[in-house]
Design a protein around this ligand. Structure first.
Ligand SMILES: [Zn+2]
Length: 460
């Protein structure tokens, strides 16, 4: 028996009842990482939010087929391999291992399938061929294959913009080879020395957008219930996925689109390309990974998270309060009826902040009862632990979590700035300043190490 859940669909821009095509079974595809560096907090938010969504859907009776892909071939991967004089496959393997390590630390349950793009090249070639056969794609003069956006009437529906408006925004990016500024690449000709695969259009590799359309179809079929990713993927990536999938299969691609808000630093999106990111391994050396999980879940998934040191400290305190309540009393039998307000919050578009407020009310009841030593709050503790478990929180032994509370009193941003200042001092042969910066960080519990021309830091 499944429970009804209202979900915001970012295509129709309204909350709608989730109605799976097969009753009780939900197919979910989430756009995953391009593996060329360590994951930062923005990546973690997508991982953790969909982990919560899958846990909740399973807890209310659905079978969820969760696919999250890995983009393991891309210009950035090739560049990284070239720079570090390694094979591209070595770069990919290194960062997939690092991503899995970060996920385990965050308590993220692995997806049912985690396809790598390079395992599905044949499906991509088949989809491109079908687009060519139906007149939706063309080979440009330079030999690359493009999708013809004017061949698809509904192009722009997800972005809620017409082709004309999008065209004016995109004009600057018009390359000489493609016919329309919004046309996007499906198959790229290989440059000498680059990894490539044989295709009807010569040796080359797939464009990024076709990867998700092809892998989603290969693993879940041409139509799926839920498709998710970061809000920055809405246009053009997801718009392009719709165009490819619907033109090749002639059926609706996705029932519900779910987009997760950005992690912002100083009101700007945290991203690798902007260079304003904090990696997870850095954060884990300062905070218990569960504090990071709490921080990422405590805002509504569609709202932005404004990353600050204060928010990290507040998350640490909140989590300690919940664990502190669980430490007061042994949990007995849960009371399903009493858990209704918690479930009701989640069944309304995964309103985690509302659900957490129910948990804090229970924590308050436990603290006040234990201070007056009156009523037995074993049932409240059982409800609290059960409900937090749905969010993947507070399942450790409370005493061990509370012992591990110690953290550095310095912000990652401050460490980054100090390293940059020290590098500048070293460039200017100002060794006294460089040494003073290093000593100052050490006094705050941070060790700097100069490895292969790069400065890395760790907790002392
Ligand atoms: Zn995708």
């Amino acid at each position: 028996m499944t429970r009804d859940i209202q979900l915001f669909d970012s295509k129709s821009k309204m909350k709608r009842l989730l109605t799976p095509r097969v009753p009780g079974v939900i197919d979910l595809y989430v756009c995953g990482m391009t593996v060329y560096d360590r994951c930062h907090l923005g990546h973690a938010r997508v991982m953790v939010v969909f982990d919560m969504i899958v846990r909740v859907l399973r807890a209310i009776g659905y079978t969820v087929n969760y696919v999250r892909n890995i983009t393991d071939i891309d210009d950035k991967i090739i560049k990284k391999a070239h720079e570090s004089n390694r094979l591209w496959t070595e770069v990919v393997d290194q960062y997939i291992d690092a991503m899995h390590e970060d996920e385990r630390a965050l308590g993220v349950v692995p997806p049912n399938h985690e396809p790598r793009a390079t395992e599905h090249i044949q499906s991509m070639i088949q989809m491109i061929q079908s687009l060519m056969d139906q007149g939706h794609a063309y080979v440009a003069e330079d030999g690359d294959v493009y999708f013809n956006v004017r061949s698809f009437d509904r192009y722009g529906e997800l972005a809620n913009q017409n082709l004309e408006t999008l065209y004016h925004q995109a004009r600057k990016s018009l390359s000489s080879a493609k016919h329309h500024a919004l046309d996007f690449i499906l198959w790229k000709q290989a440059k000498p020395g680059e990894p490539s695969w044989p295709s009807p259009w010569g040796e080359g590799r797939p464009g990024w957008h076709i990867e998700c359309s092809a892998m989603s179809k290969a693993l879940l079929g041409p139509s799926i219930d839920l498709h998710g990713g970061g809000i920055d993927l809405k246009f053009p990536h997801h718009e392009n996925e719709i165009a490819q999938s619907e033109c090749s299969a002639q059926c609706a691609f996705v029932n519900h689109w779910l987009h997760v808000g950005h992690v912002l630093i100083d009101d700007e999106k945290m991203s690798k390309s902007l260079g304003n990111f904090v990696t997870l391994d850095e954060l884990f050396s300062l905070y218990h990974p569960e504090v990071i999980r709490y921080l990422l879940l405590s805002s509504h998934y569609r709202s932005p998270v404004h990353y600050t040191k204060e928010l990290l400290i507040a998350s640490q305190r909140s989590l300690s309060r919940l664990y502190g309540a669980l430490k007061q009393v042994s949990a007995t039998q849960i009371d399903q009826q009493a858990c209704k307000p918690f479930y009701d919050a989640l069944l309304d578009d995964f309103n985690v902040p509302q659900a957490l407020s129910v948990c804090f009310k229970w924590a308050g009841e436990i603290f006040s009862a234990s201070s007056r030593q009156v009523i037995d709050t074993g049932v409240v503790a059982a409800n609290l632990k059960h409900c937090l478990g749905l969010l993947g929180l507070c399942q450790m032994d409370p005493a061990s979590f509370l012992q591990d509370e110690h953290h550095l009193s310095i912000d990652v941003e401050v460490i980054h700035r100090a390293i940059a200042d020290r590098n500048e001092a070293r460039l200017n042969h100002d060794w006294a300043t460089a040494d003073a910066i290093r000593a100052d960080l050490l006094a705050q519990g941070v060790v700097l190490e100069d490895v292969a021309g790069e400065t890395i830091w760790r907790k002392a």
